[in-house]
Write a protein that binds this ligand. Structure first.
Ligand SMILES: Nc1nc2c(c(=O)[nH]1)N[C@@H](CN(C=O)c1ccc(C(=O)N[C@@H](CCC(=O)O)C(=O)O)cc1)CN2
Ligand SMILES: [Mg+2]
Length: 296
């Protein structure tokens, strides 16, 4: 079997197109959704992601408010900024880019965001709503994975899904979304016994562990859908001295030989993350105004 390669870049572009069209309709009612993105420090990868978020927000017809704070910003100052953004009527969505510097308690900051503006879906209120099957703002990466799965497969009911990784950002919300789709879901992690055997049960295998190339072809059931959420920067001497490249948690070549469909890294799940952030900003803007939730 040679897997179909899932084109996350194309899916993200199509989603942004649909978002832009809906934003255009809202503009006729005098509504322009606004997204505030907060970056603390100078992490080079975070700078790239924040730049892309701001650019794509504006391209979709929404307003972008960028807040770049120095690396030594205090927790108190960051909390004060979040408070001002919560109170700002022009701001529908607030995103604090992670990771935060060590002196700041990220949990405290994420809990300070108004849950109605929590476009990352990381607030305990949104996590609780998702876990209990209530409408909520859903973390962008798992939401992007779900959209790719629905595009590919339509109805997911009854499928066996294995999610490797139990983070609050990807693993747990991914499992909750798949459960809501009536999949039979297993969350696997570093203490799981015979992880390869557990993975071989999966019709849908989601890898979100942060370990380059960990999932190999012998872990994959023939014909399974493999979604690679990993973004690992590894050294790439073949590209020149000191060069690096991004690889996923999945060993692409061996898994693509067995799977039915697979996301590449880059160009798979990653681009959907930012497109889903725009979708959540549009959703937040509609919900805050009592408008129907957009169907994207
Ligand atoms: N507040 C948040 N912080 C972080 C999140 C998040 O969702 N909210 N996720 C990641 C970073 N991230 C967005 O913030 C993100 C990561 C990767 C991509 C992406 O498109 N990746 C490309 C490859 C990019 C490259 O070459 O460097 C791909 O996979 O094709 C988008 C967004 C942690 N922080
Ligand atoms: Mg990717």
């Amino acid at each position: 079997m040679t897997a179909a390669i899932i084109d996350g870049k194309a899916a993200a572009a199509a989603l942004r197109q649909r978002i832009g069209a809906r934003v255009g309709e809202l503009a006729k009612q005098g509504v322009t959704p606004g997204l505030a993105v907060v970056l603390v420090g100078e992490n080079p990868a975070s700078q790239v992601y924040v730049r892309s978020k701001a650019k794509q927000t504006v391209e979709a017809g929404m307003r972008s408010f960028e807040h770049k704070l120095p690396a030594d910003t205090s927790e108190q100052d960051l909390l004060a900024l979040v408070g001002r953004l919560n109170a700002d009527e022009a701001v529908d969505g607030i995103l604090v880019q992670l990771p935060l510097p060590a002196q700041i308690n990220a949990e405290l900051v994420l809990e300070a965001i108004d849950p109605r503006k929590d476009v990352d879906g990381f607030h305990p209120v949104n996590a609780g709503r998702l876990a209990s099957g209530a409408p909520s703002l859903v973390p962008c990466t798992p939401l992007g994975c779900l959209m790719l799965l629905r595009d590919l497969k339509g109805d997911l009911a009854g499928l066996e899904a294995v999610v490797i990784g139990r983070s609050n950002i990807v693993g747990k919300p991914m499992a909750a979304l798949l459960t809501a789709e009536s999949c039979t879901v297993t969350i696997a992690h570093s203490k799981t016994r015979d992880l390869p055997a557990v993975c071989r049960r999966a019709d849908i295998l989601v890898a979100a562990v942060g370990r380059p190339g960990m999932v190999t072809g012998d872990w994959v059931k023939p014909g399974a859908i493999v979604l690679d959420v990993g973004i690992n920067r590894v050294s790439a001497p073949e590209l020149g001295e000191g060069k690096t490249r991004i690889v996923g948690d999945v060993d692409f070549a061996s898994c693509a030989a067995v799977a039915g469909a697979i996301t590449p890294v880059p160009g798979g799940v990653g681009p959907m993350t930012i497109a889903c952030l725009l979708a959540n900003t549009l959703t937040a803007a509609c919900m805050r105004r009592g408008l129907p939730k957009p169907v994207l």
